[in-house]
Unconditional design. Sequence first.
Length: 305
Amino acid sequence: MSLVKMHNVTKRFGKFTALDGLNIEVNKGEVYGFIGPNGAGKSTAIRVLLGILKASEGEVTIFGKDAWKDAVDIHKRVAYVPGDVNLWPNLTGGEVIDLFVKLRGTNNKSRREELIKKFNLDPTKKCRTYSKGNRQKVALVAAFSSDADLYILDEPTSGLDPLMEQVFQECVMDAKKEGKSILLSSHILSEVEKLCDKVGIIRQGQMIETGSLSELRHLTRTNLLVETKQPIPSLSELTGVHAIEKKEQALSFQVDTEELNNVIAHVSQFEIVRLESAPPTLEDLFMSHYEGTRQTSNTGVGGES
């Protein structure tokens, strides 16, 4: 069941098109990774979802309701964490958390205390004294303390140290186990790789690729390190082999997934001593697709680089 649906959404600011026919679908109990570099349109898309901006064209629904007309009703069931949190300077962190939790009509004190401890936050300090990282912690504690059905997280770990990033990841997985849905906008690919069931890659306001990690990895290359007793002639002439490098006694190279069987069959003729294979990372995939679209028109999906 789709909780979030953006269909052919376009958003213009004067002559500038920030979103160009964007499609996003987030299902119940799913973590959706929304990735792309700064300026690609991620935050604009999230503002449209939240009903802060009205789409110029297209349909935007959350829980089956119109994101613009029914924003007030929708917000009762949504927790949002921006990438740069602004808080009331004269309130303490604890007071801000309580305010946000009460606005959503929930009051789970034990959950609140557990999260404050996990995120190592001092809730008695005034918000004006907090660092960027501590402001993010306040927003995250408030979000995960409330009983939301959908979490919209826009670069939520900005300013957090690696230990706190791990705590955040645990919170996302706990919410997923409870059947909640999460839209996670991020440029930290390792974070997306650990957490997300589905990934959408945005470039210049358009979705250039979307699917599960396994589906997207099928489109990219496997990294191989091979050492053989005899030299391998003409490796560079094989279809689907890229980026060959000599590393001491071994050769390192990338292979297109569909050619992997043929390449291994060829290499095995030369008596393999060592063979190491590493699956493509999301970063490989992202760079491959992002660079592959640089020379394409704005209407097409980019090919491999």
